[in-house]
Design a binder for this molecule. Structure first.
Ligand SMILES: NC(=O)c1ccc[n+]([C@@H]2O[C@H](COP(=O)([O-])OP(=O)(O)OC[C@H]3O[C@@H](n4cnc5c(N)ncnc54)[C@H](O)[C@@H]3O)[C@@H](O)[C@H]2O)c1
Length: 336
């Protein structure tokens, strides 16, 4: 079986690659355009640690290039783990976001369709496809918003930024190409993913960013009240899920799934600050700034559908995951 990991040098891509390798899965090919924050660094690690992994630098928003490659290589699975990650960047440069999050995925679907390949496609979408959720009946405490509402896949989709449009359009095309052409597709509407090999910026990857800033004694700018809540998922749990989906592709094909830490793994920005303060035994400096466009106040996934289809649920709790990640950041930060 031949597996193509697009964006395999990114945060999630690199973790998925390492998980597949740890499970002795062979015939892995990585494609990446190395535009990501830590892609070049990860590629160096991949080449050093895994000599047998093949790599090609390619921008898959260029149809001719990806089509030529896929037609020849004939993968059985394409894991589309690439993309543009930040809502803020999508507002600054909507075309680049469109190319990396929509056109690139459309190109993959088209190359599978045109070449009549027996190839399944798993793509990473986002919870941003749901936009602001109404009727959350939010309660506000000192550190977080609270609600009993969990978001499932039947919730209305409601795109509120170029990022949500590009992710959402790709997500819908995946479902449609299954219905129309029988291509086995799966779309994962991800909440916040964190863990090893994520470096984070102010625009995306807030857990990594907050920890890094705190360790460097730098002030953190919080956008909004800091009480925003996400269900956070450790990347190791996500990597396991992706392998499970590959094994159960005939059961899960044609579906979009909400994926996150679920109701037992929620975290607000202020809660994270408190946890870091406890860990480093120091007060963290932060400022509160204007809420960002398109930011959801509260988003927690209902994981019933994915559990029903695959039995998967997150195993790594927020506290355990943060502690593991913290140690990793300290170890690797010092080497940076
Ligand atoms: N990390 C999260 O919390 C999260 C949450 C929701 C959705 N997602 C989605 O998951 C995907 C991966 O996220 P990540 O955090 O690993 O990001 P990342 O930036 O670390 O990795 C993305 C990788 O894709 C590559 N890439 C981007 N455009 C490409 C193109 N056109 N052709 C080839 N390679 C390309 C980059 O060089 C990078 O290595 C993204 O699509 C992101 O929107 C991530």
């Amino acid at each position: 079986m031949k597996i193509l990991l697009i964006g395999g040098c990114g945060f999630i891509g690199f973790n998925v690659l390492e998980h597949l390798i740890s499970k002795k899965i062979k015939n892995l090919f990585v494609i990446d355009n190395l535009s990501g924050q830590s892609s070049k660094k990860n590629l160096i690690q991949i080449k050093k640690k895994y000599k047998k992994i093949r790599f090609k630098k390619l921008d898959i928003s260029n149809f001719n290039q990806i089509n030529m490659f896929v037609r020849k290589y004939k993968p059985n699975f394409i894991l589309a783990l690439h993309g543009q990650v930040a809502v803020t960047k999508s507002i600054q440069n909507p075309r680049q976001d469109f190319n990396n999050n929509f056109l690139s995925v459309f190109n993959l679907l088209e190359t599978i369709r045109i070449n009549n390949l027996k190839c399944s496609l798993i793509n990473l979408s986002s919870n941003k496809v749901y936009g602001k959720i109404n009727n959350l009946k939010l309660k506000e405490t000192k550190l977080k918003y609270q609600s009993k509402i969990l978001v499932n896949e039947n919730s209305n989709i409601n795109f509120e930024s170029p990022y949500a449009c590009s992710k959402g359009a790709a997500d819908q095309y995946l479902i449609d190409y299954f219905k129309l052409f029988g291509i086995k597709t799966v779309s994962l509407r991800l909440s916040c993913v964190y863990g090893e090999n994520q470096w984070g910026t102010e625009d995306q990857g807030w857990i990594a960013w907050f920890i890094k800033r705190s360790l460097n004694n730098k002030k953190i700018r919080i956008f909004g009240s800091g009480k925003q809540v996400r269900d956070v998922l450790n990347v190791k749990d996500l990597s396991k899920l992706i392998l499970t989906l590959m094994k159960k592709i005939n059961l899960v094909k044609g579906n979009a799934f909400n994926i996150g830490g679920g109701k037992s793994n929620t975290l607000s920005l202020l809660e994270l600050i408190k946890k870091i303060e406890k860990k480093i035994d120091k007060k963290i400096k932060y400022t509160l700034n204007k809420e960002r466009f398109g930011d959801q106040k509260y988003f927690v996934n209902d994981l019933s559908k994915i559990k029903k289809f695959t039995g998967w649920k997150p195993k790594i709790s927020v506290n355990k995951g943060l502690s593991m990640y913290f140690d990793w950041i300290i170890k690797n930060q010092l080497k940076k």
